[in-house]
Write a protein that binds this ligand. Structure first.
Ligand SMILES: NC(=O)C1=CN([C@@H]2O[C@H](COP(=O)(O)OP(=O)(O)OC[C@H]3O[C@@H](n4cnc5c(N)ncnc54)[C@H](OP(=O)(O)O)[C@@H]3O)[C@@H](O)[C@H]2O)C=CC1
Ligand SMILES: CCCCCCCCCCCCCCCC(=O)[C@@H](N)CO
Length: 360
């Protein structure tokens, strides 16, 4: 109490100091932003001539990413369950190749929810690639079954979401890291790094009603990625970078599926989030990876949400992330008031959730 009083007493110099610091930091942030716009931006994830393995790339954002990476000269392996859709998607990826005569393309059918699926997938990828591991592995496969947590089957749905979204990526990351980090694959700290990319969701930065079976699986990915970001320093001669992509609403076949069972209150709350096409989301995600970002938000809302939840995670840019982070408690003060108000209003208007009309 005393220090607050004395601070108030000396408020003229204190506010001068505070204003000065704030202005200084803001100016620095603007300068750094401009520098990153105009500066010679190095491509931190070159793909030309390298091999990329994508899970969940037969539809939606994964498929768009496969097409775009092929157009940048990558060899592409796509993984998902349905062979018919894999064949169609692979033809599309192949058609986008930058140099069709040298680039190679392959699909592997696998269910990422099956324990230990990834060892087989990586073995098959190595065999196809003359013994060389893929340079970039991007786990995109995911699913979502939104429902209210007190509904029958919500916990079973959460287990399934966890198996696909979390363990599907966890198992793949362990399998590829065992390969990349093996002592016989050590090179030098200056070697072009390998990249391990997880796909979360903005819901792992800000949770909303109706996504309880799904959101925890995406938060779990962030916990794994933060751990790996530190753990990978144990292997300076096997450089690997880890990344997490945080998409918001993607207009994909998956979105159409989840919307069939999504609670109406969830549809209502998320309608303020501008939906993006899979192509746009993939393009922004790849741009973030090329810029060397650890957390890759692909929308303005996502960037704000990311700045609001950095905690002990590695930063893309300490100054920018910190300054933006200072504003977020003020933003959330209002956002939470408005959103909880909407939910309370919903309860008043439509009564107890047990009376809601049944979804399919
Ligand atoms: N759509 C959205 O609004 C958002 C999505 N996300 C996340 O982004 C990623 C891409 O989403 P989106 O573009 O909607 O993708 P889609 O749901 O449209 O496509 C999902 C892809 O993953 C594959 N897949 C699903 N389950 C499995 C499984 N068990 N084993 C192997 N492959 C599987 C599917 O192929 P197949 O069925 O043949 O196996 C398909 O290729 C996902 O991780 C999703 O959770 C994040 C934020 C928002
Ligand atoms: C700075 C804070 C501002 C807060 C405003 C919040 C507005 C609501 C945004 C909710 C967006 C939900 C996207 C869901 C994506 C997803 O992962 C699912 N479709 C699952 O596939």
């Amino acid at each position: 109490m005393e220090y607050i009083q004395s601070a108030l007493h000396n408020s003229s110099w204190l506010s001068l100091l505070a204003t000065g610091t704030a202005l200084g930091v803001a100016a620095l942030a603007v300068a750094m932003g401009l520098l990153s716009l105009f500066g010679a931006s190095k491509n931190h994830m070159p793909v030309n001539g390298r091999t990329v393995l994508l899970t969940g790339a037969s539809e939606g954002m994964g498929r768009s990413a496969g097409v775009q990476l092929a157009a940048k000269g990558a060899n592409v392996i796509i993984v998902s369950r349905n062979v018919g859709r894999l064949e169609e998607a692979l033809a599309e990826v192949q058609a986008a190749a930058k140099s069709p005569s040298t680039q190679r393309f392959h699909y592997i059918s696998a269910d990422v929810a099956e324990p230990d699926y990834a060892a087989r997938v990586i073995a098959e990828a190595l065999a196809w690639n003359g013994g060389a591991a893929p340079d970039i592995v991007w786990c995109v496969a995911g699913m979502s079954t939104p429902m209210l947590w007190a509904e029958d089957g919500a916990v079973a749905a959460a287990r399934r979401n966890m198996d696909v979204n979390f363990f599907g990526a966890a198992d793949m990351s362990a399998a590829i890291l065992r390969e990349w980090l093996a002592p016989e694959n050590s090179s030098s700290p200056r070697a072009e790094p390998k990249h391990l990319v997880f796909t979360a969701s903005v819901l792992a930065l800000f949770a909303i009603v109706g996504y309880a079976p799904y959101t925890p699986s995406k938060w779990a990915l962030r916990g794994l990625a933060d751990t790996l970001a530190m753990e990978l320093h144990l292997y300076p001669d096997n450089p690997v970078r880890v990344h997490v992509v945080y998409p918001a609403t993607i207009v994909s076949p998956g979105l159409a599926r989840e919307n069939r069972t999504k609670p109406d209150i969830t549809l209502e709350l998320e309608k303020d989030d501008p939906p993006e096409t899979p192509d746009t989301v993939a393009r922004r995600a790849i741009a973030g990876l090329e810029a060397g970002q650890y957390f890759v938000a692909v929308s303005l809302l996502g960037k704000l949400m990311q700045a609001g939840i950095m905690g002990g995670s590695p930063r893309n840019n300490w100054v920018f992330d910190t300054v933006l982070g200072w504003f977020m408690p003020i933003v959330y003060f209002f956002v939470l008031k408005v959103m909880n108000g909407q939910v309370l209003g919903w309860a008043r208007k439509y009564g107890h959730p047990s009376t809601y009309p049944k979804k399919e």
